[in-house]
Design a protein around this ligand. Sequence first.
Ligand code: PSU
Ligand code: MN
Length: 303
Amino acid sequence: MPKTAAMVSEEVREALDTKVPVVALESTIISHGLPRPRNLAVATELEALVRSGGAVPATIAVLDGRAHVGLTKAELERVAGDPEMRKLGHRDLAPALATGASGATTVSATAFLAGLAGVRVFATGGLGGVHRGWTETQDESADLRLLAQVGITVVCAGVKSILDVPATLQRLETLGVTVIGYGTAHFPGFYLASSGEPVDWTVDSPEEVVAVMRAKDALAEPYSSLIVANPVPVEEQLDPALHDRVLARALEEAHEQGITGQAVTPFLLERLMRYTDGASLEANLAAVRGNVRLAARIAAAYA
Ligand code: PSU
Ligand code: MN
């Protein structure tokens, strides 16, 4: 990628050059999805999990108008600690670079930058998607379209359960994004092990995921992503009844307060945390940890 636009850290560059597995991590979950100061501990823990899986972490963010693929400890501290960090989707990258802005990257911006740098595997919590009430607001995350345009393997616990999951799955089908369940015939529900929606394909090991990646490569299909939908373990999921109750309340509040655009997702995640006394946060973290561990195994099997 052009040196003026992005900096790949020395460690990540060397890993890519010598075929050491690399796992990309997004930064919006750190800056906008998790409460401070716990977010820094989590960001550090996630990088350590990648390392213990034998891979190199590449957390991605924009700092002072430069896209970074792989952050130093000080840079990670800044992303976690600075409340002024913006939330940057793919379309925000150009103005951020042009104006010297700093921001955390969402799935769309992270997948794009990871793809440019040559990183093939990416782990996150839950993807963005089609919001409930889409017919009124037309709110669909840019994550979906971007995943149709870059060739990356994203390990996630499905899409956030605050969304319209069946509509999101329909959009992924239309966009040609491959979806496979990991050890499950159902699409995960982010905080919940299952969304109740079926998936068409199931795999049970990192090697099987890699076989699908190689088949995509062989089909010369690098510009559409593979979603590996990995459920949170049932023992660590949020109580489904509690989930449904607090989500209804949070959605109502978002509507009443006129929350729109980029603010919707962080608002709902924060309300859920509050109304579950932090239980949603623990389920979210359990899902992310599982995804990061699995991503490291997939990256290792692919490298
Ligand atoms: N997963 C989480 N927490 C988050 C997100 C994902 O566990 O905060 C972020 C991702 O960065 C995702 C974004 O791309 O939420 C979606 O935001 P929007 O709906 O505005 O596109
Ligand atoms: Mn949106």
